[in-house]
Design a binder for this molecule. Structure first.
Ligand SMILES: C[S@@+](CC[C@H](N)C(=O)[O-])C[C@H]1O[C@@H](n2cnc3c(N)ncnc32)[C@H](O)[C@@H]1O
Length: 391
């Protein structure tokens, strides 16, 4: 098909999408239809990202990884701030759990609440990043302090530094630290593109910030230089099980990119394996995507329970006339996140196709290169455990 005829065909689709979005933002479409529409778009996305052969799939991934190495560390950083990170903390206090964790919680049991789920995930990070009291810890992309405040409280002898590019996040965390009498926590406001730590850390953790980034090679080079020789880096990100892609703003159907994820990246679960120039991946776990789906469903429930107060916050943030539109946008965002991670029983976005257990969002533990001799022993030990069936 010629490019002119395919762009002609795209016109009615774009028109329909425009009308659909108008109806959505005027609150004329039920949640049921939003969910059906989201699942349809996810099906279309899968058709785009699945290649017909494994060879093609891998070539595409390698092309993607290479292209990231030619980009800045992060792009559209101001957009991400307007879309999420400078929205008043009051809104997030009404919607998130008690730790204000703006990332997946963990739901080990059907009865686990959002507050318990946030805590369960934070504890899991501590265990997997081998955290101990007395360490110097850096939290990259600290949000509203879910991890930074948790660590400063749990490890009173540790010095915790949190970094994000949002002024309102810093103001919120500083206020909380003061209320709780925490003196071992420093929050720095800085764009990750230009951030320089100026000191070394025993642990560097980053929870769901890498999805906002592009050039992992550039950042990991810097991070490795901020780590003590035996330091550990721990990164938690969401992924698709095979393909990586950019959140692109091409047309009206790219609603998520336009309103919530400009400059975002969906990493494939193996993508970081191709960025080991300065760090070496020692371990890799997965958590089933349904944990994120449930987290977002809980955010939606809390939003609905607090709509009256949220209306007031949104009137001050977006202007009186835009309140309904932004209520719908945020509700649709939470529904879309829930549907994405629940797709194919949590196995698609976040699922690990190499392991028998149902898994999802993945976590990676890395060591700096300077710890290689220790790493080799660790690796042989791991393979011994594996062959003995202990892993
Ligand atoms: C999805 S939130 C996760 C927050 C927190 N880690 C949590 O789990 O609750 C992503 C965080 O990365 C930060 N971030 C995104 N892009 C950034 C950039 N270019 N520079 C610095 N921080 C950034 C955001 O401000 C936010 O704090």
């Amino acid at each position: 098909m010629s490019s002119s005829s395919s762009s002609l065909l795209a016109l009615p689709t774009e028109f329909a999408a425009k009308i659909g979005l108008r109806a959505l933002q005027s609150n004329l479409i039920s949640d049921f239809l939003v969910r059906i529409g989201t699942r349809t778009l996810l099906g279309t996305r899968l058709k785009e990202i699945y290649k017909s052969t494994g060879e093609e799939q891998q070539n595409e991934l390698m092309r993607f990884a290479q292209s990231l190495k030619e980009m800045p560390i992060a792009v559209n950083t101001e957009d991400a701030n307007t879309q999420h990170y400078e929205v008043p903390s009051e809104f997030f206090k009404l919607v998130l759990g008690k730790h204000l964790k703006y990332s997946s919680a963990l739901f080990p049991k059907p009865t686990t609440t959002l507050d318990e789920g946030e805590e369960a995930m934070l504890e899991l990070y501590c265990e997997r990043a081998q955290l101990e009291d007395g360490q110097a810890v850096l939290d990259l992309g600290c949000g509203w302090g879910s991890l930074s405040l948790f660590l400063a409280q749990k490890y009173p002898q540790s010095q915790v530094t949190g970094v994000s590019n949002s002024e309102t996040q810093k103001a919120f965390i500083d206020g909380e630290a003061q209320k709780r009498g925490l003196t071992n926590l420093t929050i720095i406001t800085c764009d990750i593109n230009s951030f320089e730590a100026g000191k070394r850390f025993n642990r560097v953790l980053s929870i769901e910030m890498f999805e906002h980034l592009k050039n992992y090679q550039k950042l990991l080079k810097k991070v490795a230089s901020w780590m003590e020789p035996n330091g550990l880096l721990f990164i938690h990100i969401f992924t698709h099980k095979l393909a990586a892609y950019h959140f692109e703003n091409k047309d009206e159907t790219d609603w998520m990119t336009r309103n919530f994820f400009s400059g975002g990246t969906m990493p494939a679960d193996t993508l970081l394996l191709y960025f080991q120039d300065d760090v070496s991946i020692e371990n890799h776990w997965k958590v089933n995507g349904k944990n994120y789906a449930k987290t977002s469903e809980e955010w939606l429930k809390k939003m609905d329970a607090n709509l009256k107060r949220i209306r007031t916050i949104f009137a001050a943030t977006y202007g009186e006339k835009e309140v309904t539109k932004w209520i719908v946008n945020w509700r649709t965002f939470f529904i879309a996140v829930a549907e994405l991670f629940a797709y194919n029983d949590g196995e698609e976005w976040g699922g690990d196709s190499f392991r028998p257990r149902p898994l999802g969002i993945f976590v990676i533990l890395m060591l700096s290169r300077s710890t290689m001799p220790y790493l080799i022993d660790e690796a042989s030990l791991l393979s011994l455990y594996w062959s003995l069936g202990l892993l």
